[in-house]
Ligand binder design. Sequence first.
Ligand SMILES: NC(=O)c1ccc[n+]([C@@H]2O[C@H](COP(=O)([O-])OP(=O)(O)OC[C@H]3O[C@@H](n4cnc5c(N)ncnc54)[C@H](OP(=O)(O)O)[C@@H]3O)[C@@H](O)[C@H]2O)c1
Length: 357
Amino acid sequence: MSKKQAIIIGATGAAGQNIVEFTADHPWFEIGCLSASERSHGKSYRDATAKAVFFREVPKEEVMEMKVIGADHVDPRDYDVAFSALPTEIAKVQEAKFAKHIPVISTASAYRYEADTPVLLPDVNPTHIGMIEGQRANRGWNGYVVPGPNCTTIGLVSTLKPLLDKYGVDVVSMVSMQSLSGAGEKGLRADSEYRINALKNVIPLIGGEEEKVFMETNKILGDMVDGKLIDASINIHSTCTRVDVKIVHTEAIHLGLGKAASAEEVKATFEGYRSEAQEQKLPSVAEQPIIVVDEEDGPQPKKHGDYPKMVTLVGRLRENPLFNNGISYVITSDNLEKGAGGGAVLSAEYLQVKGFL
Ligand SMILES: NC(=O)c1ccc[n+]([C@@H]2O[C@H](COP(=O)([O-])OP(=O)(O)OC[C@H]3O[C@@H](n4cnc5c(N)ncnc54)[C@H](OP(=O)(O)O)[C@@H]3O)[C@@H](O)[C@H]2O)c1
């Protein structure tokens, strides 16, 4: 099988660099073009990312030496698939331009809330790809846009899905402690005002984040009925905060299940959860998507990287007497790996095995 030619737009940013890491040596995809803004046009990828600090492993030499091309200089028809990691307002225009011709897998929120667009997490809502043909027909596109969820929503829905399937979920309260890299380039660059203010600090507001968590969680956990998506209608209240942690989001979750379950039963439900993405053995999927950690003071962002890639870690799992059938736990989820690059590449892998690429 020859590899699909991929263009990565927004390749120089935090999420884009993570997509580059996941595609640089991918068995099914080859990086055909690295694209970004006019600021980066014509620079080598090494020079265009010189100030950035998001790589876990710096990609191989031939990728670092590629010339970055401004998004307005690119013809989408030269590629099989686009990965987009653009700021939302830019994504709205550029993703439509690409989707006219080729599939676009996006980390941006530009299309997430459109009625004809799935928000895909292959190990949570694979059936939602059923919306793609409708989107193509509505918009007259040969390609399509499939965004992934917001990085905070991902860890939450990944753990709600097995609970919803087994017990039902009535009400959810969540407090996030989100890492600086979740704010993108401005979160980590040493000279950024946002970063300077966040150092040794907690910022108790991330504009628009709580609304995203509510809408996306109910959309992703919704059911497809006769080709239409019916939202899950779960009561969700969240407080999203920024903390002085470089990478990996932490969330404290309290919820009421539809029927009673002990903490031990919930642990077994988390650990036993598998989806079609695991059955398909997709290259980027975690064999066991949710791991309940043994340490009584886990999970922690610092230790998240000790576990396999693309997992959601759960700890502090206990019953909660304040809620009907109440359960509480803490999760960590990598906002770049699972939240952006790895998540986008996993979606592309799933779309490929389903014949959509
Ligand atoms: N950071 C995360 O953890 C995370 C997780 C999930 C989703 N996301 C989403 O992913 C997207 C990117 O976020 P980020 O954190 O990676 O942001 P970022 O670090 O600020 O990167 C933005 C990228 O977009 C490019 N860009 C900016 N303006 C452009 C334009 N007019 N035309 C073409 N390219 C342009 C930048 O290129 P230059 O370098 O040339 O300026 C850069 O490559 C956002 O929509 C964000 O919400 C981020």
